[in-house]
Write a protein that binds this ligand. Structure first.
Ligand SMILES: [Zn+2]
Ligand SMILES: [Zn+2]
Length: 251
């Protein structure tokens, strides 16, 4: 099977998990707070282990001294998109309707998450083009937080008193952002194949931001003291999954 087609399919799975998360909010299904926190905690441990054990060493081995700068750039790009131009954005269900009173606040939060989702797509696509088994691990790392991500954007729209239709489109739009990131990497690769290595290093920094700044703070804020322990379970899950991936797909 054509590799681009395979990458597109994985992108669609990630985007669907996002839309599923949003749909749960829209259907007003009771989604237990604890389950959301455990999912965020698993995602945090998984992506941080992936970044520190595989992505950073691999980036340095691949593009050398330029890698740390691109890692910092990836980290900074997400920080800029989510927390400088956007007033209020955090992962998990939005419960602060007091700060989401203005529609402008919800639109800016949407664009912050859209850019985040775009780089989720870039990471999956660059990872799979660079080294398929590593890209597959990247896909799992991102998939773990895609459902809570959909839940986040849909609940932000509802907290801002937006019609449910807008909440749906915002969720679908974030999913589309992931797909745009996937396709953008196909285009960039056709321009210059070296860009894949740079994007891979950039993804390491972006992944570090997602784990350390999007996910970990949500767990630390929680009253549930089991969630922080689940972060370690995420790291162990990473270890086991990478053994399975190496066995099934090869290195
Ligand atoms: Zn909030
Ligand atoms: Zn994400």
């Amino acid at each position: 099977m054509n590799i681009s087609f395979v990458i597109l399919l994985f992108g669609l799975v990630a985007a669907s998990a996002e839309i599923l998360g949003g749909s749960v909010v829209l259907m007003r299904r009771e989604w237990p707070q604890k389950a959301q926190e455990y999912l965020l905690a698993l995602g945090a441990g998984f992506i941080l282990a992936l970044v520190l054990l595989d992505l950073i060493p691999e980036s340095i081995a691949s593009i050398g001294a330029t890698a740390p700068l691109l890692i910092l750039l990836g980290f900074s790009m997400l920080h800029f998109a989510e927390h400088t131009v956007v007033g209020h954005l955090h992962f998990g269900e939005e419960v602060h309707s007091d700060v989401m009173v203005s529609k402008v606040a919800s639109y800016s939060a949407f664009w912050g998450l859209f850019i985040h989702a775009f780089f989720d797509g870039v990471s999956i696509s660059a990872g799979m083009q660079y080294n398929f088994p590593l890209g597959l691990m990247m896909f799992f790392a991102i998939l773990l937080h895609k459902f809570p991500e959909g839940l986040t954007i849909a609940s932000i729209m509802l907290a801002a008193d937006q019609p449910r239709r807008n909440a749906f489109w915002a969720t679908a739009g974030t999913g589309a952002g992931t797909m745009l990131g996937i396709v953008t990497m196909f285009f960039l690769k056709s321009v210059d194949v070296q860009i894949v290595g740079y994007a891979f290093a950039f993804s390491a920094g972006a992944g570090m931001y997602v784990g350390a700044s999007d996910l970990i703070p949500e767990i630390n804020r929680s009253q549930n003291r089991i969630a922080p322990i689940v972060v370690f379970a995420g790291m162990i899950l990473f270890y086991i999954s990478s053994l399975v991936v190496v066995k099934v797909v090869g290195k």
